[in-house]
Design a binder for this molecule. Structure first.
Ligand code: UDP
Ligand code: MG
Length: 343
C-alpha cells in the first residue's frame, strides 16, 4: 500500500513485526479550540516527529485536524498551521455537526491516505505519550488499539459518576463496549475500511468498533484535566450521545415491554383470586370485582400487544441499519485461479 524505506538496520522498529513502517495520521476533531490549538500542535508534532526520528513511522505521517464548524479563530489557526507547518493538515466542516460526525469525517478522509490512524481530542486530556505504545501494538499485529483510562480522578464528580453509570447501563442492556474507553484509539486502514461499511446516521462510534472483530489491544493511561478552554460537551450533548448509544445498539427496552406485559398478567391472576375471595365474602361494592379484573387484564393484554409490535419494530430497526453481516479478515484465493467464466 505504501512505498517504504529500508529500515532493516534500525532496532527501534519492532523486530517481530512482519508489518512495514506505517504512514500515521493523527485525527483531531476541533470545535472552538482556539485556546488549545497552539499547545496541541506542539505536543502532537513532538510525538509524531519523535516516532519519525526513531523510524517507527514514515516521514510523510501527518496530523489531520477537523474543524467542526467553529465560530472562534480555530479555522484561522488551522489554515495558518496547514500552510506554514510541516505535517499539519486540516479539513473543515460547513457547520457544527457534532464530535462523532467530525471524527468520522476525519477518519474517512485519513483512511485512503494513511495506513493507520489515531484519533484523539484536541484538549490533550488523553496521554499523547501512549500513541507510540499504540503504534507498537499495531506492529505486534493489532488492527485496533483502545486507549483505556486507568482512572477518572481528574474528571469532576458529576462527569465521573454520570459516565460510569452510563457504561454500566450500556452493559446491562447488552451493548458490548470497552469500559473507560472513549474515542482515543488506533485503527488500521483495514479496520477503517470495514467501519466505512456501517452506514449509520445516529453515530456512536465507540459502540461500532467492537462489532468489527479483528485482533485488538489496549493501552492504559491516566486521563489529565483539560489544559485550556472549557468542555465542548455540555450536559445536553452528553445526554444526546448517551441516548444515541442506547437506541443505536439495544432493542432491550422493546423486549422489556413483553416482560412487563407478562408480569402484569401474572398480577392480574393474583388480583383475580383476591377479587373473587372478596366477592364471595361479600366485602365488595357491586361492580368492583368486574372493574378491577378488567383493569388488570386489559393493562396486561395491551402491554403484551405493544411488546409484540416492539419485537417487529426491533427487527425493522436492525434491517434499516443495514449493518454488514460479516467482515473478512484474510483472503487466500490464489488457489482459485484468475480465470473464470463470467456469470
Ligand atoms: N468537539 C467537536 N464538536 C463538538 C463538540 C466537541 O469536534 O460539537 C471536539 C472538541 O473540540 C474536542 C473533542 O470533541 O476535541 C471532545 O470534546 P471535549 O474535550 O470538550 O469533551 P469532554 O472531554 O469535556 O467530554
Ligand atoms: Mg475533553
Amino acid at each position: 500500500m505504501t512505498d517504504n524505506k529500508d529500515l532493516s538496520n534500525t532496532d527501534t522498529v519492532n523486530k517481530s513485526a512482519a508489518r512495514k513502517p506505517a504512514k500515521l495520521a493523527i485525527v483531531v476533531p476541533c470545535f472552538n479550540e482556539e485556546e488549545m490549538l497552539p499547545i496541541t500542535f506542539d505536543a502532537l508534532l513532538a510525538v509524531l516527529e519523535g516516532m519519525v526520528k526513531k523510524q517507527k513511522i514514515r516521514d510523510d505521517s501527518f496530523l489531520l485536524f477537523v474543524n467542526d464548524g467553529s465560530s472562534d479563530k480555530t479555522m484561522e489557526l488551522l489554515r495558518e498551521a496547514s500552510e506554514k507547518r510541516e505535517h499539519i493538515c486540516c479539513i473543515s466542516l460547513s457547520k457544527n455537526c457534532g464530535h462523532q460526525s467530525a471524527l468520522i469525517a476525519g477518519l474517512m478522509t485519513a483512511k485512503d491516505i494513511s495506513d493507520i490512524t489515531v484519533s484523539i481530542d484536541a484538549d490533550l486530556q488523553d496521554d499523547t505519550s501512549v500513541i507510540e505504545k499504540m503504534v507498537d501494538e499495531y506492529y505486534a499485529g493489532a488492527e485496533i488499539v483502545y486507549g483505556v483510562r486507568s482512572s477518572r480522578q481528574t474528571d469532576t464528580f458529576f462527569k465521573r459518576t454520570t459516565a460510569e453509570t452510563f457504561y454500566k447501563m450500556m452493559s446491562a442492556l447488552g451493548v458490548k463496549s470497552v469500559y473507560n474507553h472513549a474515542d482515543f484509539r488506533l485503527m488500521s486502514s483495514k479496520a477503517l475500511e470495514e467501519l466505512s461499511r456501517y452506514n449509520e446516521k445516529n453515530l456512536y462510534i465507540r459502540g461500532l468498533i467492537p462489532l468489527l472483530g479483528f485482533k485488538t489491544a489496549q493501552v492504559t493511561y491516566e486521563r489529565a484535566a483539560r489544559q485550556a478552554g472549557v468542555s465542548k460537551y455540555p450536559f445536553r450533548k452528553m445526554m444526546a450521545l448517551a441516548l444515541n448509544g442506547i437506541t443505536s445498539f439495544s432493542t432491550k427496552p422493546l423486549t422489556i415491554i413483553i416482560d412487563l406485559g407478562l408480569a402484569v398478567l401474572l398480577i392480574c391472576f393474583i388480583a383475580a383470586v383476591y377479587a373473587f375471595i372478596s366477592y364471595f365474602r361479600g366485602d365488595t361494592v357491586p361492580g368492583w370485582t368486574s372493574m378491577i379484573l378488567s383493569i388488570w387484564f386489559l393493562g396486561g393484554v395491551q402491554l403484551l400487544c405493544l411488546g409484540v409490535i416492539g419485537e417487529y419494530i426491533g427487527r425493522i430497526y436492525a434491517e434499516a441499519k443495514g449493518r454488514p453481516l460479516y467482515c473478512i479478515e484474510t483472503k487466500l484465493l490464489e488457489g482459485a485461479g484468475g480465470d473464470h467464466n463470467a456469470l
